[in-house]
Design a protein around this ligand. Structure first.
Ligand SMILES: C[C@@]1(CC(=O)O)C2=NC(=C\c3[nH]c(c(CCC(=O)O)c3CC(=O)O)Cc3[nH]c(c(CC(=O)O)c3CCC(=O)O)/C=C3\N/C(=C\2)[C@@H](CCC(=O)O)[C@]3(C)CC(=O)O)/[C@H]1CCC(=O)O
Ligand SMILES: NC(=O)c1ccc[n+]([C@@H]2O[C@H](COP(=O)([O-])OP(=O)(O)OC[C@H]3O[C@@H](n4cnc5c(N)ncnc54)[C@H](O)[C@@H]3O)[C@@H](O)[C@H]2O)c1
Length: 216
């Protein structure tokens, strides 16, 4: 497959099932929990991460082998065991109802796959090779992590706030466009949090004056 459709979805409180409790399952569970999903794990064994999340009440762990169960209550199902026949049984259980399913050892059976992700607060950068080379997806992610540092989290929050303010207060489209473009200059990324807001206020004032000047 080389024509996957990338989307950003809200799975907050959506029921998701992960079958298996090893290394791969733990990685998938972690990203589901980070997105606020309501996660159930079915596995007779589980690694430390899943055990701790279960103890903390962050997920439901059914400490048993997978059996034919009704999977229709789950929005997404991931089969991540090391037993290909078990993963296949999960695939069949889901496909009967036409649900979303990811089988970690069979990309050809997946109707969704997971990308490699860089998160900086509201900013999400996803990399997918359509299953060609997950290792390359990871390597590219690491390159992006160097370029787009942790400072982007506060910067994106700043942009969100200023944008709402400008949308509410600046009626002229040309002025807004100019302000939004200027806010993307590196000097705003490099500035401290306090400096940014002062710089933005100055920018809004200067752009407003420039437009008044033009109209005179
Ligand atoms: C991105 C990431 C997200 C995540 O897992 O959350 C992810 N795999 C990651 C890492 C990774 N996976 C593997 C290696 C070892 C090196 C190698 O084999 O290349 C490494 C690298 C490492 O660990 O360093 C082995 C592997 N992966 C798949 C198979 C089955 C097969 O290909 O047949 C096998 C062989 C198993 C075996 O040998 O038996 C299949 C899939 N893996 C995918 C996603 C989907 C396609 C992504 C894409 O390319 O677009 C897809 C199709 C299905 C899916 O899992 O959704 C995560 C990076 C996390 C990060 O960012 O750090
Ligand atoms: N898609 C990916 O990103 C990716 C990456 C690496 C490996 N893989 C594949 O994923 C598979 C799992 O890898 P791993 O490192 O997590 O293995 P692992 O050995 O760490 O874990 C396997 C898990 O499967 C569980 N399990 C076994 N039988 C089960 C059953 N009947 N019902 C429920 N759970 C059961 C075990 O309890 C264990 O928790 C590998 O065999 C490999 O093919 C996929």
């Amino acid at each position: 497959m080389d024509s996957y459709f990338p989307i950003v979805i809200d799975i907050h409180e959506k029921k998701c099932l992960v079958v298996g409790g090893g290394e791969v399952a733990t990685r998938k569970v972690e990203s589901l929990l980070q997105a606020g999903a309501d996660v159930t794990v079915i596995s007779p064994e589980a690694g430390d991460g899943i055990r701790e999340w279960a103890q903390d009440g962050r997920l439901h762990w059914r400490n048993e082998a997978f059996s034919e169960i009704d999977v229709t209550e789950f929005a997404f199902v991931i089969a991540a065991t090391n037993q290909s026949e078990v993963n296949h049984a999960v695939y069949h259980a889901v496909r009967q109802s036409g649900g979303w399913v990811n089988i970690v050892d069979r990309p050809d059976l997946c109707n969704f796959i997971l990308p490699s992700v860089v998160k900086r607060g509201k900013l999400t950068i996803s990399v997918s090779t359509s299953g060609a080379s997950p290792g390359l997806a990871r390597k590219i992610k690491q390159t992006i992590e160097q370029e787009i540092g942790p400072e982007y989290e506060e910067y994106v929050d700043f942009l969100a706030r200023i944008r709402q303010q400008v949308l509410a207060e600046v009626g002229n489209h040309g002025q807004r466009k100019k302000i939004f473009r200027e806010l993307l200059q590196d000097r705003f990324i490099e500035a401290s949090e306090a400096e940014r807001y002062a710089m933005a206020a100055e920018l809004v004032k200067n752009v407003a004056e420039e437009y008044v000047g033009r109209q005179l």
